[in-house]
Design a protein around this ligand. Structure first.
Ligand SMILES: [Zn+2]
Length: 202
């Protein structure tokens, strides 16, 4: 299954007349946040595939619950096409009290709401999770140095215990080619989806 993951930046390689042709084998779109609704709308209208999203801390939609007809993944676990288990947690670490910012403790309590669904998934599918979708990175991986761009420790714990195949996040802008955007943490591939990434899951 091919996933188009988007985050943080309206990318001219996506937002153009050839997009539909170039990305026609995409089966699902995932937004890791901070993108305007018109852009998400453009993507899903052209590809005619489902959208799953989390809000970022700089979301132009100002916290609108639904975006571009997509599914808001925050504190939710869904099973796409009865095979891909996806769970999401929105927002960034708290730094000035604006929308979609959470302290480590608040994020921990958001994560607790996922636990029953994770165990149900394990019972039904033999594994907890395939894709963890968040805006912020896990602590220690891809994170920035300022308080706003630090990662969450609780995401590390989710990775260690529930072992998603991928953790897709955004929030940390990529400024040069030396900056790492794809790294393993335990068995999970952590991918910074700034701009866009195409991810293949079998
Ligand atoms: Zn952000």
């Amino acid at each position: 299954m091919k996933i188009l993951a988007l985050s943080d930046r309206v990318d001219p390689r996506i937002y153009n007349d050839h997009f539909k042709e170039r990305f026609r084998d995409i089966q699902v779109v995932i937004s890791c946040g901070d993108l305007p609704e018109y852009y998400l709308d453009f993507v899903v209208t052209n590809l005619n595939v489902p959208l799953f999203f989390v809000h970022g801390n700089h979301d132009p939609s100002q916290g609108k619950k639904s975006l571009a007809g997509g599914f808001n993944l925050d504190e939710k676990l869904v099973v796409f096409k009865n095979k891909l288990i996806i769970a999401g947690l929105e927002g960034s670490l708290w730094y000035n009290g604006n929308l979609h910012q959470y302290t480590e403790t608040e994020m921990y309590f958001k994560f607790l709401k996922l636990i029953p669904r994770l165990y149900l998934a394990k019972l039904k599918y033999g594994r907890y999770l395939d894709l963890l979708v968040t805006h912020a990175p896990p602590r220690g991986i891809h994170e920035g140095q300022d308080p706003a761009h630090l990662g969450f420790k609780v995401f590390q714990n989710i990775i260690k215990k529930y072992r998603p195949r991928f953790h897709l996040h955004g929030h940390v802008h990529l400024y040069n080619y030396n900056q790492s955007y794809q790294d393993f943490y335990y068995q999970t591939q952590v991918v910074n989806c700034y701009s866009y990434r195409v991810i293949e899951v079998d």
